[in-house]
Ligand binder design. Structure first.
Ligand SMILES: [Fe+2]
Length: 317
């Protein structure tokens, strides 16, 4: 995460107007003490700021998300990071496309550009440091040499702490409209999709295969937050820890086709999911990723256990 500390110049695709990062999420949940316990056990750093929870990854200053209290779990907004010299161009683009500017949500201190997306979700484009990685994230797949022990003893297994937020998967009423909106307004690019069922979008300035994905539903809502870890072993240790804390609802271990990442989803207390993800495909700033329409059987997973029956149920609907 050298970009966060500003020691390496972020990658940038010349001449392209597009957001570079998914900067922050916000949602509300009915009991913040339950939320705090869940995300801390997941391996994130959860703090309190006023009446909200703040979600960070261990040892990094970036604020990945905030959680406010509400009657039920509900998606709030997403903020996307842009380069400073692009903000004025984004403002002009919103005007040209007839996208109405809005005030920030109550209690949010921000001078970014706020507007509604195709589903009336609040979205912000703001100047921010590039938190999308500038190169493919490291993935450890080590084998012990002959004559040496590979696995740790149970007593010495350590906790897993995700390195960064990788992506958010949103439910939408219309996947085609979601693709159109987020590519034309925010400048994301379509990585892959499966008909009108699911679509994956990446940032043009170098990002994971998807920073944002959409799955069809009868209402908007967020399905999962995905957190990057460094190995299959990390995924397993995280899943095992959550199981030990009573979070047995979930899906994994498996491997996705589109994005290629290894995964384990842990069910959160509200019916949505938190994903441990490793080795997701990476689209560098100078790569024209070949987008395709894939068969439904390739839109989900290569291998893994059967998903829970309600895996794609939208509890916000
Ligand atoms: Fe995911």
């Amino acid at each position: 995460m050298t970009a966060i500390h500003g020691t390496i110049k972020p990658t940038r695709r010349p001449g392209e107007l597009g957001v570079h990062s998914l900067d922050r999420f916000h949602f509300s949940a009915p009991d913040l003490s339950v939320a705090k316990a869940f995300y801390e056990e997941f391996g994130l750093d959860v703090g309190e700021a006023g009446s909200q929870l703040t979600v960070k990854t261990r040892g990094a200053p970036h604020l990945w998300g905030t959680i406010g209290e509400g009657p039920r779990k509900k998606h709030g907004f997403m903020s996307f990071g842009a380069f400073e010299d692009d903000l004025e161009r984004f403002a002009k683009r919103l005007q040209t496309l007839g996208v109405k500017r809005l005030d920030p949500p109550a209690g949010v201190d921000s001078n970014g550009l706020w507007f509604h997306d195709h589903d009336a979700n609040m979205v912000e484009i703001k100047v921010a440091q590039k938190t999308s990685p500038n190169e493919k994230s490291g993935f450890a797949n080590e084998s012990a040499p002959a004559g040496a022990r590979g696995a740790p003893f149970r007593r010495s297994v350590t906790r897993v702490h995700p390195r960064r937020l990788s992506h958010i998967l949103m439910f939408t009423r219309d996947v085609r409209k979601a693709i159109d909106f987020y590519t034309s307004v925010l400048g994301l690019r379509l990585s892959d999709h499966s008909g009108e069922g699911i679509a994956f979008l990446h940032g043009v300035h170098g990002s994971d295969h998807h920073v944002l994905a959409f799955a069809h539903s009868n209402a908007p809502g967020f399905h999962h937050l995905s957190w990057d870890v460094g190995s299959i072993d990390d995924i397993g240790r995280g899943a095992m820890h959550m199981l030990g804390k009573g979070h047995s609802r979930g899906w994994g271990l498996g491997r996705h086709v589109l994005g290629s990442n290894y995964f384990h989803y842990v069910g959160d207390p509200w019916g949505s999911f938190c994903e441990y993800s490793a080795d997701i495909d990476y689209v560098p700033a100078d790569c024209d990723w070949k987008s395709d329409d894939h068969a439904p059987e390739d839109s989900f997973y290569v291998w893994g256990p059967n998903p829970p029956e309600d895996f794609t149920h939208n509890y916000e609907a």
